[in-house]
Design a binder for this molecule. Structure first.
Ligand SMILES: Cc1cc2nc3c(=O)[nH]c(=O)nc-3n(C[C@H](O)[C@H](O)[C@H](O)COP(=O)(O)OP(=O)(O)OC[C@H]3O[C@@H](n4cnc5c(N)ncnc54)[C@H](O)[C@@H]3O)c2cc1C
Length: 539
């Protein structure tokens, strides 16, 4: 049995902070939401680590938007739906591609310096986009540049209180209505309550559930797990995007080598030096990510090596250094001069398409609870995200969440505050050895990787279910809470992957290798309920 809360607590005994809006997460989604809420009331914006530690900071390639004369929203819409392999919500995609360019102009007004040649914004091409539509900044430091401008702006707002080092443990709810969160202050080493009628989860992804990931250490899927414990619906968790090209060196984190590198002419080669992608797809090196990742997986299996190579040596050396300064420098730090040497690369977990089921305004099935960015599933990315659409997702839907949350608060139709004493966890101190995060990562990497099959998924689910027992102990540090969230997410992801008896987008089942029309639907999971299916449109 999954507990409702990870921690025993008594609201009467805890320090309380109150605000009109509570936003959790300081990546693009949380920052945009907070910025847009600032005109409507007092906003508290939290992050569990230092502010910069988030997926947004590490985004390299860029942000997709229709700004070129020869481009159209219809074309961006079509590319997104195609990549999503039948599971995108067309209404959400329509909003994304039509509102995107306006939001980009606002970013420029805020001071984001997208790379230009003269006055002209430079655009690059990435896989499965039918034209050049990716804006980038600082060469390959797009996320950092956007985040920097947004943080500066948010910090200058009197109405926003920005706090780092605050870990959201659980949502406080009563009768499916949110009242705030139970949090842990890492500096003060104390639990406290943040009370608010509106809680926005912008807590990012969950790449840390795998050994090999491009995501930083904060990406432990907390938002999805805590929302699920509170009764929120979660969906599409079987769809994990593995980025085809991350640096593969022993003892080195899987640093991302952006797809834009292939967009600018980089090519993949196997151990024999052959350009193998031409054998797998007509778009060769710029085929959709799931196809490139599986092709690399296959080539690695055949050769027995743990990597293939990315070759950019045909590109002009000065261009490489200017266009990809971070990638160039990082590889050089590891002894690889990419203008002369092949880069050893392998796929790694990169983006979670699924998340907290949210409508076109980020509303969830819990009153007052909103979600946006990577932690949410609004249906934009379907079974496979189109490159550079996720920064745009946070930008567009962060604003929409703020608009709807303002309306919600103004309606003023709330029950009174919450008073709650929760004691369900066992306080037995000796529970044996607590499993490490590595154990969950190992389980997911071995049994829920790029290629899946029933027997392994069943074994994986059984082990994840065993690990769920650790959620019933009163553990009390951030590492343990993250572990408990990872276990929850592993359990849910195995369920989704086992149910979905087909191959679609990023979900590839060796035992069901083709797309099944009957599976053109989403798997929605909710605590204490069996799973249900839903038609293609969420709203
Ligand atoms: C290496 C890399 C490169 C990428 N490149 C691109 C790209 O070029 N283009 C593109 O569109 N996308 C790219 N992506 C994906 C994109 O960066 C993310 O999907 C997007 O930035 C997610 O934004 P977010 O605001 O939802 O979450 P994040 O930016 O991850 O922010 C999550 C926030 O939530 C906080 N948080 C989490 N849990 C808790 C908790 N329990 N309590 C308190 N706070 C919590 C974290 O501290 C953090 O502040 C890339 C991702 C990576 C990792």
């Amino acid at each position: 049995m999954l507990p409702r809360y990870l921690k025993n607590f008594d609201t009467a005994k805890l320090r309380k902070e109150e605000s009109d809006f509570l936003v959790i997460g300081t990546g693009i989604a949380g920052l945009v939401t907070a910025l847009n809420l600032a005109k409507s009331g007092k906003v508290t914006l939290l992050s569990k680590e230092r502010l910069a530690e988030c997926n947004t900071e590490y985004a390299q390639g860029g942000i997709a938007a229709v700004i070129a004369k020869e481009d159209t929203p219809q074309s961006h819409y079509q590319d997104t739906l195609e990549a999503g392999a039948g599971l995108c919500n067309p209404k959400a995609v329509d909003i994304l591609v039509n509102e995107g360019s306006k939001r980009i102009k606002e970013l420029i007004d805020l001071g984001v310096n997208f790379d230009r040649k003269g006055e002209q914004i430079l655009l690059t091409k990435e896989a499965a986009h039918s034209c050049r539509r990716i804006l980038h900044a600082g060469g390959d430091a797009t996320g950092r540049e956007i985040r920097k401008s947004l943080v500066e702006q948010v910090a200058s707002e009197d109405n926003v209180t920005l706090e780092d080092g605050i870990f959201a443990v659980d949502l406080l709810t009563d009768n499916q209505e949110v009242h705030g969160i139970l949090a842990y202050d890492r500096r003060q080493e104390e639990y406290l309550l943040y009370l608010s009628k509106v809680v926005v989860l912008a807590t990012g992804g969950a790449g840390q559930i795998y050994h090999a990931t491009s995501n930083p250490s904060v990406a432990t899927g907390d938002g999805i797990a805590l929302a699920y414990r509170a009764g929120a619906k979660v969906t599409d968790l079987e769809f994990v995007q593995f980025h085809p090209t991350t640096l593969e060196l022993e003892g080195v984190d899987n640093f991302l080598i952006s797809e834009a590198v292939r967009g600018e002419g980089g090519v993949l080669r196997n151990q024999a030096g052959d350009r193998f992608m031409t054998r797998y797809h007509q778009l060769a090196d710029l085929a959709p990510r799931d196809i490139v990742a599986r092709a690399i997986y296959q080539e690695m299996k055949v050769s027995g090596a743990d990597h293939v190579y990315l070759d950019v040596t045909a590109l002009d050396s000065a261009f490489i250094k200017k266009r990809f300064p971070t990638i160039y420098r990082t590889c050089l730090d590891h002894g690889i001069d990419i203008s002369q040497d092949y880069i050893p690369v392998a796929p790694a977990a990169h983006y979670l398409m699924g998340g907290i089921l949210s409508n076109l305004h980020g509303e969830t099935n819990i009153k007052g609870l909103f979600a946006c960015g990577e932690t949410a599933c609004i249906g934009i990315h379907g079974a496979n995200r189109l490159a550079s659409n996720s920064l745009l997702d946070g930008l567009v839907f962060g604003k929409r969440v703020a608009d709807r949350a303002t309306t919600y608060l103004n309606q003023g139709d709330f029950s009174k505050g919450i008073s709650l004493k929760y004691e369900a966890q066992s306080t037995i101190e000796d529970i044996g050895k607590i499993p490490s995060k590595e154990r969950v990562k190992g389980l997911m990497s071995a049994k829920l990787g790029i290629v899946r099959e029933r027997t392994e998924l069943e074994k994986g689910l059984a082990e994840a279910d065993n690990l769920l027992a650790y959620l019933n102990y009163d553990l009390s540090n951030v590492h343990d809470f993250e572990l408990q969230n990872l276990i929850t997410l592993a359990h849910l992801s195995f369920k989704g992957a086992l149910y979905r008896e087909e191959s679609r987008g990023a979900h590839y089942r060796k035992d069901f290798p083709v797309v099944e029309t009957a599976w053109e639907k989403h798997i929605i999971l909710q605590k204490d309920r069996e799973w249900e299916e839903l038609a293609i449109e969420f709203e």
